[in-house]
Design a protein around this ligand. Sequence first.
Ligand code: NPQ
Ligand code: MG
Length: 383
Amino acid sequence: MKVAGRPGEASAGEGIVIRAIELREVSLPLVRPFRTSFGEETVKGAILVRVESDAAEGWGECVASPLPRYSSEWIDGAWRMLENVMAPALAGATIGRPEDVGERLGWIRGHRMAKAALEAAVTDAWLRSRGLCLRDFVGGVRDRVPCGVSVGIASSPQAMLEEITGYVDRGYRRVKLKIEPGRDVEVVRTIRRSLPTLPLSVDANAAYSLADASIFEALDELGLVMIEQPLHHEDLMEHAKLAERLQTPICLDESIRSASDAAAAIDLGACTVINIKSGRVGGLVESVRVHDAARERGVPVWIGGMLETGVGRAVNVALASMPGVTLPGDTSGSDRYFSEDLTAPFVVEPDGTMAVPSAPGIGVEIEPERLAARTVRQVRVPP
Ligand code: NPQ
Ligand code: MG
């Protein structure tokens, strides 16, 4: 499958030669703990990938978490996969276009977050070598994108309401509440009462089963924009059954790992909205394909988030500029998560929008001293 009409195909340049791949694990303190139905995080760990080519260098971020709670991938697994399998498979290779990365790594089953990080780094280097920006590569049509924010589960509805009010005052256009069994209908009802017109959604991170349908029927009365990933990540049929009982659109996140998953989920009636995360689907090229599959079927998409540093955030914001992205994403300002990012911060303006970078590649630069201060391990292939 080709990414139709993207600049990568049109240009007939020489390609870039991958000389080396460097991995760094970083750890950044979060401005506040982030709690979901699968646990609480107080620091953000990530793997940054730096690709050295003959023409330019490039950066990518791996969104795997310290433990495999959101998906089966985790930092140590991704590290080992990148160091021992993927980096050796790309070192020395000539890359004619970013799609070549997915093709070269196509024999490796799964490990999509690791693949996505390496693909992003190679794509950044490739785009920089040609002076092209990522927004144009993914077919972006906007200079600014509307922003939403994801709010972790708090100790009380009042605490959650205070946090939300702060975000609404800063311009955020949609607020997503994390829910879990026992902290759902009452919390959302309290917030809805105080903020009756705010575009509000909920995300269960797969914490419920179809036996909990009555909880979703109660949420159905609260005027939510969508209910994200209510049920098990491997169960499209159950989502289709739940969708039949609700007016509120169901959005899938964890369940969608590829464009073919997206097509199947939509055609089955399991969702009418899709959250695209480049790490979850294995990269930028696959993200564009998910976008295209949803768009062909008239299904709106938006861009999710995994608490990325500026490197991963740049990818999310570029994807958010695609034409079929018609809902505000979890593309929040850097200050939502970090007091000091590794790049210049992404800023949400008072109108609730954020600028899409237009400089070459991913369009942001890493601050070397900050990176050095946050690095907890490092390796280079070849050494
Ligand atoms: C989601 N993200 O949409 C994810 C889940 C998530 C912004 O709600 C560390 C690293 C903690 C990644 C917590 C948002 C995380 C994480 C939650 C991703 O489902
Ligand atoms: Mg989600």
